[in-house]
Design a protein around this ligand. Structure first.
Ligand SMILES: Cc1cc2nc3c(=O)[nH]c(=O)nc-3n(C[C@H](O)[C@H](O)[C@H](O)COP(=O)(O)O)c2cc1C
Length: 182
């Protein structure tokens, strides 16, 4: 069964690295037959939070917010691809997520973290876990799939991705999406 999955990525850096992991996640899920869309926070370019989506009168939210609200409501699950800045999460993606609340409710979410350091962004992943839980998502806690590539390390939420990598950093996408229930 195909699931509608949004993959979020939110680095605004000019020379950002994580876009490759985001694309890898998208490709892996698509390879299993899921209906996947990459939401790149830098491309969506929401302003710093001034008003949440729900604070706009119906039909008056800016077009980008309205579109994203519909995309979030229509998804079966989410993957948050996150790098680590100073032991925590990246502000661009946090800003995007904070624009919404009820739209996130009751869907499963997984975190795929990476960083240049040896912990592969684990501290950012831990921070995201609490944040996404607070926003009403059911966050998959198990992690595995730690792998090294030329610029750093990444690890993935096992239950969602089932990725494997050999010692030379070749990656492959496996099956095994966790149950996605409304
Ligand atoms: C402001 C800043 C803070 C960082 N802090 C950490 C850190 O605490 N731990 C870590 O492992 N890497 C840290 N890094 C390295 C990032 O993990 C690495 O640059 C990664 O590629 C960032 O993701 P991006 O390229 O998609 O923006 C930091 C990088 C930046 C720019």
């Amino acid at each position: 069964m195909s699931h509608r999955i949004l993959v979020f990525y939110g680095s605004y850096r000019s020379n950002r690295m994580g876009i490759r992991l985001a694309q890898f996640v998208v490709d892996g899920l698509r390879g299993r037959g899921d209906d996947v869309e990459l939401i790149d926070a830098r491309a969506v370019a929401l302003p710093m939070l001034g008003r949440m989506y729900k604070e706009y009168p119906k039909g008056e939210a800016p077009a980008a917010l309205e579109k994203l609200a519909g995309q979030i409501r229509g998804a079966d699950g989410f993957v948050f691809v996150t790098g680590e800045y100073n032991w925590s999460i990246q502000p661009g993606l946090k800003n995007l997520t904070d624009h919404f609340l009820e739209e996130w409710f009751w869907r499963p979410a997984a975190v795929a973290s990476y960083s240049a350091g040896r912990f592969a962004g684990a501290r950012a992943a831990t921070a995201w876990h609490g944040t996404l839980s607070e926003m009403g998502m059911v966050v998959i806690s198990s992690t595995s799939g730690d792998f090294e590539h030329d610029r750093g390390r990444a690890h993935f939420a096992n239950a969602v991705c089932g990725w494997q990598a050999d010692r030379r950093g070749r990656q492959s996408a496996g099956a095994g999406l966790s149950p996605l229930r409304r």
